[in-house]
Design a protein around this ligand. Structure first.
Ligand code: NAP
Length: 308
């Protein structure tokens, strides 16, 4: 029984291999360079696109991703076997903290107080309450639901938008493209958690951004391609949007000459809101591999027809 381990750049091969070898004592765990014979590879744990083409492994039965998204692999060619995405509660928790931090930042106007401080200005403004600051979760999947629970627990009214209807758990739910405009108009701050699919590319376009309540906020931790960057910059400059925080971009790393770097109303981080953690991800993936070996159900499985 054997597992090929292909990692993201920057992940220490020895630490990850050791973690998987301890969790899966019945499997031979090989890094790319250690595979004795490609026909012996049965399963693959996949971070970034492996150097070796998946077609070199004729007996590959399934791929277990070290990421929730699949778009970086689609570009390089996905293996034609079942693909199991990563759903790590610790990653979702980390992203919920990120989104909650920026929700509080914008709702409590910490941006303005920072600017006041730079001017040595002492000016208390009336404090808004969370109940008056609705947060919209665009993409109400594994991670979106954890974000909704965290901001909701602080008293922010939560709107949720997804493709299919979901059981409401305190949040106001909007399903389907025909309800997107209503969702955006009802949300003072939108947290984007949509995957990159043919349907979601530039889904936040000029018209939709213009339909948001003037002075709204945007936090993008899903995928960069889902927002029309030029239209977003125009919305910021016109005051339609008051501020944005971006963790993901159309091109990563962000181009050196991107106007986003220096825009006063843009905060950005280099795709760190939900890292794949050595402390937790191997156990999540190994549990799925063990279930697979026992012939049990594994989730979440990538559905090529939906694109996520
Ligand atoms: P997920 O469980 O598959 O959830 C995706 C959500 O998006 C679902 O609610 C789905 O609707 C909705 N959706 C997809 N296409 C749609 C469409 N065309 N119209 C309306 N709703 C649509 O995914 P997840 O695990 O929460 O991850 C979400 C994304 O976060 C990933 O794909 C990845 O791009 C991003 N991510 C980023 C980081 C980071 O560090 N920045 C880390 C991890 C993940 P249904 O509920 O109806 O299916």
């Amino acid at each position: 029984m054997s597992v090929l381990l292909t990692l993201f750049p920057g992940q220490d091969p020895l630490s990850w291999k050791t973690a998987f070898a301890e969790l899966l004592p019945d499997e031979a765990v090989w890094l790319d360079s250690e595979v004795p014979d490609p026909s012996l590879v049965e399963l693959a744990v996949v971070g970034a696109r492996p150097q070796a083409d998946f077609s070199h492994y004729p007996n590959l039965g399934a791929a277990f991703l070290l990421s929730a998204g699949v778009d970086h692999l689609i570009r390089g060619g996905l293996p034609e076997v079942p693909i199991v995405r990563l759903a790590d509660p610790a990653m979702a928790h980390s992203m919920a903290i990120y989104a909650t931090y920026w929700t509080i930042h914008f709702q409590r106007e910490f941006e303005r107080y920072r600017a006041d401080q730079a001017q040595h200005r002492w000016e208390a403004r009336p404090t808004s309450v969370p109940a008056d600051f609705s947060v919209g979760i665009l993409g109400f999947g594994t991670i979106g639901q954890v974000v909704a629970n965290m901001v909701g627990s602080l008293g922010y009214p939560v709107n949720a938008w997804s493709r299919s209807p979901h059981e409401a758990n305190g949040e106001k739910h909007f399903a389907g493209i025909e309800r997107l405009d209503g969702f955006l108009a009802a949300s003072r701050l939108v947290v984007n958690l949509l995957p990159s699919t043919p349907e979601t590319v530039a889904i936040l376009n000029r018209e939709r951004l213009a339909g948001m309540e003037p002075g709204s906020f945007l936090v993008n931790i899903g995928r960069g391609v889902t927002i029309d960057t030029e239209a977003m910059l125009e919305a910021l400059d016109s005051g339609a949007l008051s501020g944005v925080t971006l963790d993901v971009f159309e091109t990563e790393p962000l181009e050196a000459d991107s106007p986003l770097w220096d825009h006063p109303s843009v905060h950005l981080t280099p795709h760190i809101s939900g890292d794949t953690l050595l402390a937790t991800a191997p156990a999540v993936v190994a549990a799925n591999i063990s279930r697979w070996r026992r012939g049990e159900e594994v989730a979440p499985i990538f559905d090529p027809s939906r694109g996520y």
